[in-house]
Design a protein around this ligand. Structure first.
Ligand code: AMP
Length: 298
């Protein structure tokens, strides 16, 4: 695995790979790699000839009171993980390499999807993610870029950007990797104290309970989100920030589950903000209740 910190040198190597007719798979990360990242790298390894992993803790996507300064950084261990999972190139630029003139004047505006859910609580976050991802796409010219369903709104945003701007790559979503007790793997789990770690699975538990209720026919978004709120409330250290049902394609908030949806939540556990989500399928209407269906004979 070759490590690059300079855009020009990486570009030169990838241009040579392209001339040999090889496909390029991109796995963008912020480092502190765990099994979630590893599943993206392995999926890329299976599908593309050349795998480029990136590590860049992107300052523009952190709010002023967020954890940019204390975000876990473990470059040596991360490089070993990238190599073990088959990355051919590791791109780990400095902030100055990515933003030589400081915060860029040109950004990728993502519209309404950037205002709901994560975007409501982290203003500018999805625009900053979209902007850095488009920069990484421009630098690495991937055929495929791999993103985790763990960050479902981010994944939907990237899909939207790629479609809207006709970017010549496929976006591949990869399933959320979880701990045995359900907690979604996250670099931020490293912040949790032992007691917080014990309480943390309540978030996934609530989401799973809501997903079961949806499978059993519950279509009312408020009833579904209540399952999550109740489960979070059962752990006093947890504070729910939001829980909401969004349509899976465009992340428009839904009051009723009448299209494939994402149930997404964020909650604080001590000083740590955790996010998680599950996909909700639309259960078949019980016979006789579908609009236009003939009333059931009594
Ligand atoms: P991050 O380093 O947290 O910015 O994440 C880099 C990529 O890994 C993103 O596409 C995330 O969605 C993905 N990812 C993070 N955690 C997980 C997980 N538990 N399961 C699957 N993908 C994940």
């Amino acid at each position: 695995m070759k490590i690059h910190t300079a855009i020009a040198a990486l570009r030169a190597d990838l241009a040579a790979e392209r001339r040999l007719g090889r496909s390029i798979g991109l796995v963008p990360t912020m480092g502190a790699l765990h099994d979630g990242h590893r599943s993206l790298l392995r999926t890329a390894r299976q599908r593309d000839d050349v795998v480029v992993g990136t590590i860049f803790v992107n300052p523009t996507q952190f709010g002023p009171s967020e954890d940019f300064d204390r975000y876990p950084r473990s470059f040596e261990a991360d490089a070993a993980v990238m190599a073990a999972d088959g990355a051919d190139y590791l791109f780990a630029p400095s902030v100055a390499e990515m933003y030589p003139v400081g915060v860029p004047a040109t950004t990728v505006q993502v519209g309404p999807i950037g205002e709901v859910g994560e975007g409501r609580w982290r203003p500018g976050f999805l625009t900053a993610v979209a902007t850095v991802c488009v920069k990484l796409f421009s630098i690495t010219t991937p055929d495929r870029a791999y993103f985790g369903e763990k960050d479902a709104q981010q994944l939907a945003t990237i899909r939207q950007v790629v479609a809207d701007l006709d970017l010549p790559l496929a976006v591949v979503g990869c399933p959320t990797v979880r701990e045995p007790d359900g907690l979604a793997r996250s670099s931020r789990n490293a912040y949790l104290t032992r007691e917080e770690r014990r309480a943390a699975p309540a978030l996934a538990r609530g989401l799973f309970a809501a997903r079961s209720a949806a499978r059993a026919g519950e279509r009312d978004a408020a009833a579904l989100t209540r399952r999550v709120a109740d489960e979070i409330a059962s752990e006093p250290a947890f504070t729910l920030q939001y829980v909401e049902v969004f349509d899976a394609a465009r992340f428009v908030p839904l009051g009723r589950l009448d299209a494939p949806a994402i149930l997404a939540a964020a909650a604080h556990l001590g000083g740590t903000r955790l996010i998680d989500n599950v996909a909700l399928e639309v259960a078949a209407e019980p016979a006789g209740t579908a609009p236009g269906a003939a009333p059931r004979a009594q």
